[in-house]
Design a binder for this molecule. Structure first.
Ligand SMILES: NC(=O)c1ccc[n+]([C@@H]2O[C@H](COP(=O)([O-])OP(=O)(O)OC[C@H]3O[C@@H](n4cnc5c(N)ncnc54)[C@H](OP(=O)(O)O)[C@@H]3O)[C@@H](O)[C@H]2O)c1
Length: 394
């Protein structure tokens, strides 16, 4: 046998019996380390072959064998030219997820470069789930976050929620690699603050594109798969200002109210099909949302409001001080609430989970739930009314 070299083994394209059979002939079993039970190994035959090889708990999947493997196994991805790509890939996927946690889920999260999304990705990956942490610009602006998440390990993929091609590509990647998608977390978002009239039509469109149409795109991409499997969970991160209103947040509130409506109707329509659509409503939490807030482009209109135009600065100051104070909420609480929803058995998840200061959102939710259930009964949909009532009162 030629000199031995360390290789990372890309299982995505090569756990077929032919490849594994050929590999076994070349490499002593003791020199192969597989992740214990990674989610993209689907068939019983693949599992049996892996067990024959000897399966180890391994954070990184390593195969030590000949550099000539690419020539010997021409149909695999085990070519030295692709070594770097494979190393990233294997370092990025939680190989031992399924064995550590019998309830491990394949989870796609949007907007994981910072804040709630990043903490949720970390929390869920540490809990043993197979996390696909998606973000924009993984190779440039968000590279540091991407590299840190990949070390967890989580699989980091590019996803801009405003680009339909990017959304479908990301969802396809997950389903192809992992064999399934159990949970989608619609988290990506931004928060324009300022005099509402002074946001231009293009700016309002941009916010709706990220905060509302983004989740719509993701839902439409994952739902055929989830409906077909008769299971799945979609968690929408809205806001308490999807239920109550803050001045200076007219555009942001509109996008979150829209998402609340969409998510709740999905909840009703999907609940008979085994798929759940639930909502997390955070109050204010420190993140990059406030520092990255877009400001109104139409300055003349803002100036026409006189001193009221200072509302952006007032808002920003108030919450910056709050976040710097000892009373500041901990953003980890939102990530924990998301993880709790994932851990809750299907059918037992509440429609709405409020985190942090709620500004009356909990009371509004409690007040509107029976009204909504009554609306459903009055239009001849008692089964949905029952589900609506059950989910709201859990
Ligand atoms: N923090 C709060 O007080 C609070 C309260 C209620 C609700 N929320 C909601 O929680 C969610 C997360 O916000 P956060 O507080 O964690 O803020 P954050 O730290 O600013 O994170 C927002 C994330 O969304 C991403 N994003 C923005 N536009 C995107 C796009 N077109 N495609 C993909 N990703 C995009 C950002 O990525 P880039 O780095 O690439 O920009 C970032 O990863 C948002 O939906 C927000 O509305 C937050």
């Amino acid at each position: 046998m030629p000199e031995m070299t360390k290789f990372y083994y890309d299982t995505a394209g090569s756990t077929n019996p032919v490849t594994l059979g050929a590999l076994r002939k070349m490499v002593p079993l003791s020199q192969i380390l597989f992740g214990a039970d990674f989610p993209f190994i689907k068939s019983a035959e693949q599992r049996r072959l892996l067990q024959e090889f000897g399966v180890f708990n391994a954070r990184e999947l390593q195969v030590i064998f000949s550099e000539n493997v690419g020539k010997l196994l021409p149909n695999t991805k085990l070519k030295s030219a692709r070594l770097g790509v494979r190393a990233t890939f294997c370092g990025g996927v939680r190989m031992d997820a399924m064995s550590d946690n019998p309830n491990a889920q394949v989870i796609l999260i949007t907007g994981t470069s910072s804040g709630i999304g990043r903490l949720a990705a970390e929390t869920l990956a540490r809990a043993g789930h197979s996390v696909y942490a998606s973000m924009r610009q993984t190779a440039s602006r968000n590279r540091e976050a991407a590299e840190a998440l990949a070390k967890l390990p989580a699989r980091v993929i590019d996803l801009d929620v405003t680009k339909p091609g990017s959304v479908s590509q990301a969802v396809e990647t997950v389903i192809q690699e992992a064999g399934r998608l159990d949970v989608l977390v619609n988290n990506a978002g931004h928060m324009p603050i300022g005099i509402t009239e002074a946001f231009t039509e293009a700016q309002v469109q941009q916010t709706m594109d990220v905060n509302f149409l983004g989740p719509v795109r993701l839902c439409r991409a994952v739902l055929p798969h989830m409906r077909q499997r008769g299971q799945g969970l979609i968690i929408h991160v809205t806001s308490v200002v999807g239920r109550v209103l803050f001045p200076a947040c007219g555009v942001y509130c509109a996008s979150k109210f829209a998402l609340e409506a969409y998510a709740e109707v999905l909840h009703l329509e999907l609940s008979g099909l085994g798929v759940e659509s639930v909502i997390v409503e955070p109050g204010p939490f420190p993140s990059r949302l406030l520092p990255n807030s877009p400001e109104p482009a139409d300055r003349l209109r803002a100036e026409a409001y006189g001193s009221i135009a200072q509302i952006r600065e007032v808002f920003s100051d108030t919450f910056s001080k709050f976040f710097a104070s000892e009373q500041s909420p901990n953003t980890q609480d939102v990530a924990d609430a998301i993880a709790q929803l994932v851990a809750t058995p299907a059918g037992k998840r509440p429609l709405r989970t409020v985190c942090g200061p709620d500004y009356g959102a909990i009371a509004i939710n409690q007040y509107t739930a029976p009204i909504q259930a009554e609306v459903l009964r009055s239009i001849g949909m008692p089964a949905m009314a029952k589900r609506a009532h059950a989910a709201a009162t859990d």
